[in-house]
Design a protein around this ligand. Structure first.
Ligand SMILES: Cc1cc2nc3c(=O)[nH]c(=O)nc-3n(C[C@H](O)[C@H](O)[C@H](O)COP(=O)(O)O)c2cc1C
Length: 239
């Protein structure tokens, strides 16, 4: 009996001290449940900066035929304010620049010299999050609604429930010559943006690339020093 109590206390204290980010769901059902609650927390008011949120496991099959996507790909400038379903947020980020080869961490979008320098910040009415492709999570960077800054002059898009902001990560470009950095970052950002366009075409979501993002304001909000804001891209449901 005594040993049973000891085992119980040990297990209980391990669970207690581990904390939510280290709890590894055991089955797919557990994982979906954990992700669902994490996605709920991601939109909660009382979130703490730096907190990480699991996303749904991305659906890596299906979708509409490729030629149909090209036929449907377009810029749409009207959005409803309806929050994105968790599976859409997950699929969107994975399609944009998620890991599609776990063995070496390579991505859905190509990148010059495999720099993987395009960071995606996810701006929602509740806060600015950084997408972390390696673990398919979002990390809260700052609480608050920064959608106006994320679309700048294109204020018609500030109503969108999610605005992606693409940023060139200076640290990840250190290994290449200075003269090539901006060029490569802009090209690589284009691939990520096109992935978003194609995912939106597949899921009948509205999106448009926004070059007029308020870069200075966004850099301040996100606490960027050397990293450069390149482009933003609102995503939402169509009217
Ligand atoms: C780099 C880039 C920046 C853009 N910036 C804006 C923008 O600030 N505001 C806007 O309404 N559309 C913007 N667009 C969308 C273009 O206007 C749009 O792609 C173009 O009119 C062609 O339409 P389509 O995407 O439906 O084919 C941008 C597109 C790209 C590729």
């Amino acid at each position: 009996m005594k040993s049973k109590i000891v085992v119980f206390m040990t297990v209980f204290s391990m669970i207690f001290t581990y904390g939510k980010s280290q709890v590894v769901p055991v089955t797919d059902a557990d994982r979906v449940a954990a992700n669902r609650s994490a996605a709920d927390r991601a939109t909660a008011d009382a979130a703490a900066d730096g907190e990480e949120y699991d996303l749904h496991p991305p659906e890596r099959g299906g979708g509409r035929p490729f030629m149909e996507l090209l036929n449907e790909r377009r810029s749409t400038r009207t959005f409803t304010d309806r929050e994105l379903e968790p599976h859409h947020l997950s699929g969107l980020l994975w399609a944009a620049n998620g890991v599609n080869r776990e063995e070496d961490g390579k991505r859905t979008a190509p990148s010059a010299r495999d720099m993987r320098e395009i960071d995606i910040y996810v701006i929602t009415p509740k806060g600015a999050f950084l997408y972390i492709p390696e673990v398919h999570q979002m990390r809260l960077v700052k609480s608050g609604d920064f959608r106006k800054e994320a679309v700048g002059r294109s204020d018609f898009a500030a109503v969108a429930p999610v605005i992606l902001v693409f940023v060139a990560n200076a640290k990840k470009m250190e290994k290449i010559e200075v003269a090539s950095r901006d060029n490569y970052a802009h090209i690589d950002c284009g691939y990520v943006s096109q992935n978003v366009y194609l995912y939106c075409a597949s899921e009948k979501l509205a999106t448009v690339a926004i070059g007029g993002v308020n870069k200075e304001a966004m850099a301040k909000i996100l606490g960027l020093k050397n990293d450069k804001v390149i482009l933003s891209q609102p995503v939402g449901y169509m009217h």
